[in-house]
Design a protein. Structure first.
Length: 285
């Protein structure tokens, strides 16, 4: 076996490498998978060597599970969730489990413990949202020379607060709703950006999207979404809003929609920079 690395992301080059090197397992952020499937070079490249298309580092839209299998029948989609503080990986989901629960990042491994708690630190019932805590041998000891920062997210019993809002269903499968810092608070209602992105990403013509909150005088925040369409396609904003309204509550429908003619800003790892999008969408005062 061998490891094939890319030092700079390029979808066309990645497809070339998959064909030339006979790559069996691709791992990257979801945007990379989307880029390859949308590439004009995709149809002309042999991707039959692929057995899995794994993603992590950012939310993977649920519809991508079936989309990967339809585009590359030899391959199955996979997803992982983790943070540096838990040695990079906390849960994984793949195969038939991922097909059955495409919104989940997997279930608690035997080597660790997980809890979902409310604002008072009490465990919530299955299916209810709360902050995800993790404890186990893979959890970091401390931030080097930063005892105050360590104490803010890790208690004396070893429970690490991930800062992520999660739901655990009755089967033990974990779904990440949002980063706590990315939750949009609209008129006192908490709105998860990840669920909005999942609905928007399923709308025809959308290649990339990101949901975020922008200031609103009366509501505190209103829901905004930035979209980069598939090449040669356009996105009808009213139709998009109607589509989201069919899947989510009315207060979660984006009232501000920004269409970009270039890819959304990202960091070197391919994660969309919501802070930049928020700054661009908020007029200077």
């Amino acid at each position: 076996g061998r490891l094939v690395l890319m030092y700079k992301w390029d979808a066309s080059k990645a497809l070339e490498l998959i064909e030339r090197e006979g790559v069996t397992n691709f791992t990257g952020v979801p945007t990379m998978t989307m880029d390859m499937l949308a590439s004009p070079d995709f149809a002309g490249r042999d991707t039959s060597s692929l057995r899995s298309m794994s993603s992590g580092g950012a939310p993977n839209p649920p519809h991508m599970v079936a989309k990967v299998h339809d585009a590359i029948p030899t391959s199955q989609a996979g997803v992982g969730y983790g943070l540096s503080e838990v040695a990079g990986i906390a849960t994984t989901n793949g195969g038939i489990f991922y097909a059955e629960k495409p919104a989940s990042v997997g279930f608690q491994p035997r080597v660790s413990e997980m809890r979902v708690v409310d604002d008072d630190g009490a465990d919530v019932a299955p299916g209810e949202r709360g902050e995800l805590l993790i404890r186990g041998p893979h959890v970091f000891v401390e931030y080097h020379n930063k005892p105050e920062e360590t104490a803010q997210c890790k208690d004396a019993d070893g429970w690490f607060n991930t800062g992520d809002i999660a739901v655990v269903d009755e089967d033990g499968f974990v779904s990440i709703v949002d980063r706590a810092k990315d939750v949009i608070i609209r008129g006192g209602e908490n709105v998860g950006s990840a669920e909005i992105e999942a609905a928007v990403a399923h709308f025809p013509g959308v290649h990339e999207c990101a949901a975020f909150g922008v200031p609103h005088e009366r509501l505190g925040e209103e829901v905004a979404v930035a979209i980069y369409p598939i090449a040669g396609r356009s996105v009808d904003i009213e139709a998009l809003q109607a589509h989201v309204g069919e899947h989510l509550a009315a207060f979660k429908v984006p009232t501000r929609v920004f269409i970009y003619d270039e890819p959304l800003p990202k960091n070197p790892n391919g994660k969309i920079l919501k802070r930049q999008l928020r700054q661009r969408a908020t007029p200077a005062t």
